[in-house]
Design a protein around this ligand. Structure first.
Ligand SMILES: [Zn+2]
Ligand SMILES: [Zn+2]
Length: 359
């Protein structure tokens, strides 16, 4: 049997085609995909590739669907369950897995990177995913589309855990795309007393000003470092979260940091800019820290899904575009051009929509 899928054959070469429908893996699950969201990483893979990408590949790692087959030995999950799937397949045995940071697993495999992902009608979830808790039941009130946001939100949770965002803190987020807005809401949930978004694109500034943060600094109009200084009484921010790839933003983030501040590289930089020198003496004098964040864990996914289900993170407000599988490339163009916020893809063929989609 075959299915529709979006395959990345080579950088910039995306194909919608018919591929063999995967079998249910031993000890794993077969999922009928409902929704898969696109993110900047998908756009990056499409355009230039990615460290962890093996081609050809069915892309898509922000996934939700319905279980249609259950492998031998799987407990607690059954056919018909609506589930959100975290894409990481950690080994469960290495030093990092045993230390509770499976996102840094030595043997890490990721659906949509090393294994096929969710931009298809069906998804095979290997046994490792089931064993490591990658599959979360979606509460009845939560739509598939909003449930796909659990993965990016989980990555934000990871970033804020690395940066230890805490009560009463001032947080600046550089980049007001979907990730920046999720970071802003999450920072409030973690008790931040002031959240500042810094953005340069007029459309995104306008969206961010619809109640996503205390302040939105227009970096095209104001010097962000001076503006942060003014907003924090000259102190700077306790946490600067880099949620964009602009090197200038990294400089602003470092310059806007308070004593004992933490600067989190949530986004990677462009490879040719990543080794650019920064004024690291600032870290010395401020006793500040520089931390990185990459991916998320099953625990963070489950927590993210819960926050979305409780309405504590307004996920539905991020969903600006909804496209069929045949229009993934259009969606990736939107992501690339930073138009709208979150683009979700309906993975089912049209006639099955009614059966498998949430609201
Ligand atoms: Zn993503
Ligand atoms: Zn491991």
């Amino acid at each position: 049997m075959e299915m529709n899928a979006v395959l990345l054959i080579a950088p910039k070469k995306l194909e919608l085609g018919r591929v063999p429908r995967p079998a249910c893996p031993q000890g794993g699950l077969l999922i009928k995909m409902a929704a898969c969201s696109l993110c900047a990483t998908d756009a990056k893979m499409w355009h230039q590739g990615h460290r962890d990408l093996i081609l050809p590949r069915i892309l898509g790692h922000e996934m939700a669907g319905t279980i249609v087959e259950v492998g031998n030995g799987v407990r607690g999950l059954q056919i018909g369950d609506r589930v959100q799937i975290a894409p990481g397949l950690p080994c469960g045995r290495c030093r990092y897995c045993l230390r509770g940071v499976p996102n840094l697993c030595q043997e890490m495999r990721i659906m949509g990177f090393h294994h096929n992902g969710g931009l298809a009608e069906f998804l095979a979830v290997p046994a490792a995913g089931v064993h490591q808790g990658a599959v979360n039941l979606i509460p009845a009130a939560l739509s598939f589309r909003v449930a796909t946001l659990a993965e990016p939100l989980a990555c934000c949770i990871n970033g804020q855990e690395q940066a230890v965002v805490g009560p009463g803190e001032h947080v600046a987020i550089f980049g007001a795309g979907p990730i920046g807005l999720l970071h802003a809401q999450l920072a409030y949930l973690r008790g931040a007393s002031r959240v500042i978004l810094v953005e340069i694109a007029p459309e995104r500034i306008a969206l961010a000003r619809q109640g996503w943060a205390d302040e939105v600094i227009d970096a095209g109009d104001q010097d962000p470092v001076a503006a942060i200084g003014e907003l924090t009484g000259g102190q700077g921010v306790d946490v600067a979260m880099l949620a964009c790839r602009a090197i200038e933003a990294l400089e602003w983030a470092l310059a806007g940091l308070a004593k004992r501040g933490r600067l989190c590289l949530f986004s990677g930089l462009r490879p040719d800019q990543a080794s650019q020198a920064l004024d690291l003496n600032r870290l010395h004098y401020l006793e500040a820290s520089l931390v990185g964040a990459y991916g998320c864990t099953s625990r963070q996914n489950a927590l993210a899904l819960e926050l979305l289900a409780q309405g504590r993170i307004p996920g539905d407000k991020l969903l600006t575009h909804r496209l069929p599988l045949a229009e993934v490339e259009t969606g990736l163009h939107l992501v690339q051009n930073r138009q709208g916020l979150k683009i979700t893809i309906d993975c089912c063929s049209a006639e099955e929509k009614g059966l498998f989609h949430g609201s």
